[in-house]
Every structure is written in structure tokens, then in C-alpha cells.
Ligand binder design. Structure first.
Ligand SMILES: [Zn+2]
Length: 255
């Protein structure tokens, strides 16, 4: 079993990230598997190096250690050549095309294929899509030149030979397209996808990285120990009934 912990350095870690780490390390340790770290910084506008440094620091403080260490760290921003290569591979087997649709024009979640047969030239300011049967043609690179989440993680999971993807249930709907994209990239194996509950705010919204009351850093500054933070996340996601101290080494006992 090879799984991954893949934060985006767009903010600080909060209890939602800790809950995901509990599942990733807990299930991996239980199965004798290994955890790989990846920085999902494909969005160059929102991601910042200082957030990456903080995330690594907070993870170390919590006691979650990736088996492959943090050097070298796999960062999506370092993988431009690899994504270009994967795009070239898709071009040989699938219909890849430029798209200049604005978000506004694409009202629904599924792209309607408007640009599929327009024969637009690829140029800055235009996105790149691939034709995908029955699922809405997937955006691979956006109009600002960023590789999309779906494309980058699919290539990354292939390259890191990930066998188990453990992530929040908000990403469940993306699974079938990522599996299809793998096939289109010539990979026949399919990882096992495990989607876990999310920690929600009392009003039902997802936690955000700006939410000070759940930030690992704020809880730490407020005097909580690492084990208490882990326990609080475990309780918030429903793994235990009420918060108690749990060390990162002991999270496998929760499964
Ligand atoms: Zn379009």
C-alpha cells in the first residue's frame, strides 16, 4: 500500500487537514503501507512558499512523518516538463483542443463541448481540454496557463505509484474522471479510493484555511499539545466520541 498526503500551500493547516492526516497515516500504518508527501501547488496565484514551510513545520510538530521524508519534496510547480509530456501523450491518443470559454459561459459543472470542433489555435488566454466520453470534456490547463487539479494529481498519482487515495468526500465526484484520465494515459491499474467525512462548521460549511479557531498554529499558540490537536480533529470528524490526547503514532488504533 502506497498512499499520499497532499496539501495545497494556499494557507495554514487546520483541523480538516489534521483529520485527513489521521486517515492517511492511520490506514497506512494499519495496513503496513507507506505515506508519500506531495505539495499540490499547481495554482501559482494562490500558493505561497511561506505556507509550504509552515505546513511542513506543523506536520513535523504534530508528528506525522512521511516515509519518503521531505527531501526531495515532490512539488507540482517543479513538474512542468512532466505535465507537458503527459499532455503530449494525450494528444496522440485523444482529442485535445483549445477552449476560450469563460466560467460564466459554462454554467453547469459539465462542459458542453462548445469548443470541441471549433479548431481554435492554442494560445495564451485559452484553456486546453480533452474530449471525455460521457463526463464533460476535462480541462487540463486553464486560461491562465495553470495545470488543473484533476490533470496534475492524476499524473502525480501515476508517477508516485499510489495504490490508495485517501481524501475527503468533497472530492468523491471527481474520481471517475481521474480514473478515466488514467486510462487515457495508458495506465490500466486503478487505485483504491477512500473518501472520508469532512469536519463541517456548525452551519454545515467546509472549514476554510482562514478559520482561525481551527488553525493548527492558533491551537498550538493557545496552549494545546500536538496530541490534543490530533484528538480534537479525531473527535470533530467523528472517529471518537469526545476529544482526548492521541499521538500521531497511535492514530492507527482508531481504525
Ligand atoms: Zn470552450
Amino acid at each position: 500500500m502506497r498512499t499520499r498526503y497532499a496539501p495545497s500551500p494556499t494557507g495554514h493547516l487546520h483541523l480538516g487537514h489534521v483529520a485527513n492526516a489521521i486517515y492517511v497515516w492511520g490506514l497506512a500504518r494499519r495496513a503496513g503501507g507507506r505515506v508519500w508527501l506531495r505539495m499540490e501547488n499547481h495554482d501559482r496565484i494562490r500558493c505561497r512558499p511561506e505556507y509550504e514551510a509552515r505546513i511542513l513545520e506543523d506536520l513535523a510538530w504534530l508528528g506525522f512523518e512521511p516515509d519518503g521524508g521531505v527531501h526531495p519534496l515532490l512539488r507540482q510547480s517543479d513538474r512542468e516538463d512532466r505535465y507537458r509530456e503527459a499532455l503530449g501523450q494525450l494528444r496522440r491518443t485523444s482529442h485535445v483542443y483549445a477552449c476560450d470559454c469563460s466560467r460564466k459561459r459554462i454554467s453547469s459543472d459539465q462542459y458542453d463541448g462548445f469548443c470541441r470542433s471549433r479548431g481554435l489555435a492554442e494560445s495564451p488566454g485559452r484553456g486546453i481540454r480533452v474530449e471525455m466520453n460521457g463526463a464533460g470534456d476535462l480541462l487540463l490547463r486553464d486560461r491562465d496557463g495553470h495545470w488543473t487539479y484533476h490533470f496534475a494529481v492524476t499524473v502525480d498519482d501515476i508517477d508516485q505509484r499510489i495504490t490508495h487515495v485517501i481524501r475527503g468526500e468533497d472530492l468523491e465526484a471527481t474520481t471517475s474522471r481521474q480514473v478515466e484520465l488514467r486510462r487515457m494515459l495508458g495506465i490500466e491499474t486503478v487505485p483504491i479510493y477512500i473518501h472520508h467525512r469532512l469536519i463541517l462548521k456548525p452551519n454545515g460549511e467546509k472549514l476554510s484555511k482562514s478559520a482561525a479557531d481551527t488553525g493548527v498554529r492558533d491551537l498550538r499558540e493557545g496552549g494545546l499539545s500536538a496530541d490534543e490537536v490530533i484528538g480534537r480533529a479525531a473527535a470533530a470528524v467523528g472517529l471518537i466520541e469526545r476529544p482526548r490526547s492521541i499521538s500521531a503514532r497511535a492514530v492507527s488504533d482508531l481504525f
